[in-house]
Design a protein around this ligand. Structure first.
Ligand code: SAH
Length: 360
């Protein structure tokens, strides 16, 4: 039993079953034993690999897009902001590319990171960069200036609540201690108002799961509010669905393999798919413009990743060319990250930021 499981069991014995949202929050962010507070999960040897860790081309494409969006929106003082920067790789690749495109000039950079240990990793990684970089524990502390925000695989790591369809309505799913003294899912007391459910809920079978992540919406609302006030945009990239729907997407991953949600609390990553429609609707309610959610593969190709791969391959050794080809395939192919991963862009002005378009 992991030390965190002992702590979770104590809490359940003391207070009763906990929500799935609370369970996930403890697994990821318990100050002593949480996955993100104690570990460095990314990279080829880590538990999972993210796009910036797969290839520098990912950050290069985002940087090229960011520079062109800044120009289209006419925001010369745009600050570069990243939420959930992991090992700092994306920020490093973006700063290098922006500086190349801007003849050596660098924007002010702001990193929003909840994990103190990952903040140290990012500080170490970005030590040699000349940019003025500040760290913040919450997006509420971002400066009052135009913001060009990127967030890759942040929202999937923000805990979600789950609700189960029963004869009494949609009831919150909990984590409890079962008869054989194991952690297991149960059903609690809190009921979801049906007005908050997507279309088609009445036709769902008993036992169906609906996921709702108030913390994600709260973060998006803070970002949207600041963008509305000070201008700018946010580019959110993650795995998930463009339309709200039903189903259980909670998944644990340990050393690149799927694991059970209760196998090793605190030692596995625990995430769920992002409901992009719910994020978009919060942005719209705040008065922002929302571009049509795109597949990551289409977005990266629209930014020119294939031409960039060709350029990097020319003159490179055969083994390097193979690595570039396989990274390109992984980032863009529909069988890999190309279509499961989506790109959402919200912004303060109704302009197209190609390859993203305003829905007509
Ligand atoms: N963007 C990185 C890492 C993704 S993992 C990459 O693509 O490689 C998720 C990151 O979000 C981690 O750095 C984690 O510590 C951070 N994070 C999770 N919840 C957060 C929150 N509420 N506020 C800020 N950062 C958070």
């Amino acid at each position: 039993m992991t030390p965190l499981e002992r702590r979770i069991r104590e809490e359940i014995r003391r207070d009763g079953p906990i929500s799935v949202e609370r369970y996930t929050a403890l697994c990821l962010f318990d100050p002593d034993y949480g996955y993100y507070t104690t570990r460095q999960p990314f990279g080829v040897e880590g538990d999972f690999t993210t796009s910036p860790e797969i290839s520098q081309m990912f950050g290069e494409m985002l940087a090229a897009w960011w520079v062109s969006a800044r120009q289209t929106m006419n925001l010369p003082d745009l600050a570069l902001v990243e939420l959930g920067p992991g090992r700092g790789t994306l920020m490093q690749d973006m700063l290098r590319t922006i500086s190349k495109l801007d003849n050596g000039a660098l924007p002010d950079a702001h990193l929003v990171e909840a994990s103190p240990s990952l903040t140290l990793v990012q500080k170490e990684k970005l030590k040699g960069d000349d940019a003025r970089i500040s760290w913040h524990a919450s997006p509420e502390n971002l400066p009052a200036c135009p913001l060009g925000i990127v967030a890759n695989e942040l929202f999937d790591a923000i805990p979600t609540a789950q609700f189960v369809k029963t004869e009494q309505g949609w009831i919150e799913r909990t984590v409890r201690i079962g008869l054989a003294d194991q952690l297991e899912f149960g059903i609690g007391a809190s009921r979801l108002n049906e007005r908050n459910l997507p279309f088609g809920h009445a036709a769902q079978p008993p036992g169906q799961i609906y996921e709702q992540a108030p913390e994600r919406l709260k973060i998006l609302k803070v970002l949207a509010h600041q963008i509305k006030r000070h201008k700018g945009f946010a580019l959110v990239i993650d795995y998930g669905h463009a339309d709200s729907g039903f189903g259980n997407t909670l998944q644990a991953v340990k050393r690149q393999k799927y694991a059970g949600a209760f196998d090793s609390p605190g030692e596995a990553d625990l995430t769920s798919h992002v409901d992009f429609a719910s994020l978009a609707s919060i942005a719209r309610a705040e008065g922002l413009c929302v571009q049509e959610t795109m597949y990551q593969g289409d977005f990266l190709k629209g930014c020119g990743i294939e031409a960039r791969a060709q350029m990097l391959k020319s003159g490179a050794a055969a083994s390097t060319a193979d690595t570039i080809d396989s990274a390109l395939h992984r980032l863009t192919d529909a069988s890999q990250m190309g279509s499961l991963f989506k790109v959402l862009c919200i912004k303060s002005a109704p302009v197209d930021l190609p390859p993203l378009k305003i829905p007509h």
